[in-house]
Design a protein. Structure first.
Length: 348
């Protein structure tokens, strides 16, 4: 936990970022904001058609290239094609796939409840943090969420981080590695966990590095297969992912991917920094991991991603927002520090 002076500087930085977001405003197009969380989107329709073709016997890469090019989506460079894991799962399990996702949602909420009980200083904070986590992952309970790689990655990454134990990191490593097979952006969390373990346990750090290497091999195979399938296909060019949206784009990613979505943008501008501040004042390895992962994703999304990719925030929103339950503790700590340095003159 940082000392009061460090916490004060963090607060000043977050206030400055909040002012920036309020001035700039949200960058998400209105038609996307007003779409209900469970409503059908063009991306989901595309993923469903691809899964239907795979279920009928087509290969994933051929089906994905055909459907994306027919719908006017880019098929190169290779990252424009999603990893096949979600499609294979949906095509293979059929109507059972949504139920498997719901099992993951319930499991992650149950694990969060257990871990947060041990972590939270008071019962009120425990209940508030647990309910915030459960509500955030609960957004994924609608049937069409099964088509979204970010939904699977959110649950698996959250489970991996929550299940981490000092000296027993294997379940956490395996879960986060599986999450990368759904969404390659989860690889950032693998690197963060390796760095967090480096000074504490070099053997654990080596295991995280090995998992990162395994992911890179898997993604290299995906890259080659996607490039081969898209060869010679005349498709539109990708607009790229370098957007430089800054802190307002970070707020968009959290708001769009969580229970904050129905609320005004200005509410998210306040809630997101408070959640970060809350995690700063809780002791333990879990808060450090959550903070490190959240800060890395926020830094990345300040420069990468577009307004229409705000759903990438699902990767870390469920881990970040429970910190809101600890924000009153952080504010109280700051106030006590201010009173200590500026005592009230009771003689007046």
């Amino acid at each position: 936990m940082p000392n009061r002076r460090t916490l004060l500087w963090i607060t000043f930085a977050l206030v400055g970022l909040s002012v920036w977001a309020l001035i700039e405003g949200s960058g998400i197009p209105r038609e996307i904001v007003e779409l209900e969380p469970g409503a059908e989107r063009s991306d989901e329709s595309l993923y469903q058609r691809t899964a239907d073709r795979v279920a009928d016997g087509d290969g994933y890469y051929g089906a994905a290239v055909a459907e994306q090019s027919a719908a006017g989506y880019p098929v190169s460079p290779p990252p424009t094609l999603r990893l096949p894991t979600t499609t294979w799962l949906v095509a293979g399990l059929g109507p059972l796939a949504p139920w498997l996702l719901r099992v993951l949602i319930v499991a992650s909420a149950a694990v969060a409840m257990i871990r947060l009980e041990r972590l939270a200083p008071t019962r009120i904070e425990w209940v508030a943090a647990t309910l915030t986590f459960a509500a955030t992952v609960g957004v994924l309970a609608h049937p069409r969420a099964v088509l979204l790689a970010e939904a699977w990655a959110m649950c698996l990454l959250a489970l991996g981080v929550l299940l981490w134990r000092r000296g027993r990191p294997l379940p956490s490593i395996l879960l986060v590695l599986v999450a990368t097979c759904f969404r390659e952006l989860v690889a950032a969390a693998l690197v963060v966990m390796a760095l967090c373990a480096w000074r504490r346990d070099r053997r654990e750090a080596a295991a995280w590095v090995a998992a990162t290497t395994a992911f890179l091999l898997v993604y290299a195979a995906h890259w080659v297969a996607a490039a081969r399938a898209a060869r010679g296909v005349d498709a539109v060019a990708t607009p790229g992912w370098l957007w430089l949206g800054g802190w307002p784009q970070v707020i968009d990613t959290v708001q769009f991917s969580s229970i904050l979505r129905p609320l005004p943008f200005e509410v998210a501008v306040v809630v997101v920094p408070l959640a970060l501040l809350g995690w700063c004042v809780v002791r333990g390895d879990l808060p450090r991991h959550v903070l490190a992962i959240s800060v890395v994703y926020m830094t990345v999304f300040m420069v990468a991603g577009r307004p229409d990719t705000a759903y990438w925030g699902r990767l870390y929103a469920a881990l970040l927002l429970p910190g809101l339950a600890f924000a009153p503790r952080a504010i109280a700590l700051l106030i006590r520090g201010a009173e200590r340095h500026c005592p009230v003159d009771e003689s007046s």
